[in-house]
Structures are given as structure tokens and as C-alpha cells.
Design a binder for this molecule. Structure first.
Ligand code: FES
Length: 102
């Protein structure tokens, strides 16, 4: 998966949602419920095909036809490019940060 416009590349394993793949790669994307209802993660699919792991993702037919997707419940069905200007490199997990003893 490519996340535009920054051009982050993320490997997406089968059965892993686009959001989960981004998080596992150390990228932070807007999100909240992670079950396809709150729409916090909504972004555009620029290229490629997806399927949803839930039957009724919280998008209207019009939004779907305009290319909007919910990456928290979207599974890649091909190479995909999404547009999410708010994607950020996540700060290091505080649990993994070593503190220096003085
Ligand atoms: S995080 Fe709520 S719909 Fe994706």
C-alpha cells in the first residue's frame, strides 16, 4: 500500500486491514472505533481494490462511488494507494524507549 501524498510504503499482509498494516509499520492514521462506524479514518482510495471485513461499513453509496473508504475495516484486494494527508510517522512506543541512568 502507498499512502499519498507523503508516499509512505506499507506492506499489507492478507487478512490485515489497511489501518492495522499502517500501524504495524509505525505510521499513525486518524482512527477511533476501528470497526467501521465512527468514520474517523475515512479517506480516499486513489488506486486499487479493497473489500470490507464488515458487511455494512459506515459509508453511503454516494461516498463509496466517490472513492471514500474506511481503512480500519478495509482489506486490500490488489496493490492499493490511499490518500491520507494526516498520516504521520508514529512516535516511538514509550515502553520501548530506554531511559539513561544518571
Ligand atoms: S476508525 Fe472508526 S470507522 Fe474507521
Amino acid at each position: 500500500m502507498v499512502i499519498a501524498p507523503a508516499g509512505h510504503f506499507v506492506a499489507v499482509r492478507e487478512g490485515v486491514t489497511l489501518l492495522e498494516a499502517a500501524l504495524q509499520a509505525g505510521l499513525s492514521l486518524p482512527r477511533s472505533c476501528r470497526n467501521g462506524t465512527c468514520r474517523a479514518c475515512m479517506c480516499r482510495l486513489v488506486d486499487g481494490r479493497i473489500a470490507y471485513r464488515v458487511e455494512w461499513p459506515g459509508l453511503t453509496a454516494e461516498e463509496k462511488s466517490e472513492g471514500w473508504i474506511l481503512p480500519c475495516v478495509a482489506l486490500a484486494q490488489s496493490d492499493v494507494t490511499i490518500e491520507q494527508p494526516d498520516a504521520r510517522v508514529a512516535p516511538p512506543d514509550s515502553r520501548s524507549v530506554r531511559r539513561r541512568a544518571f
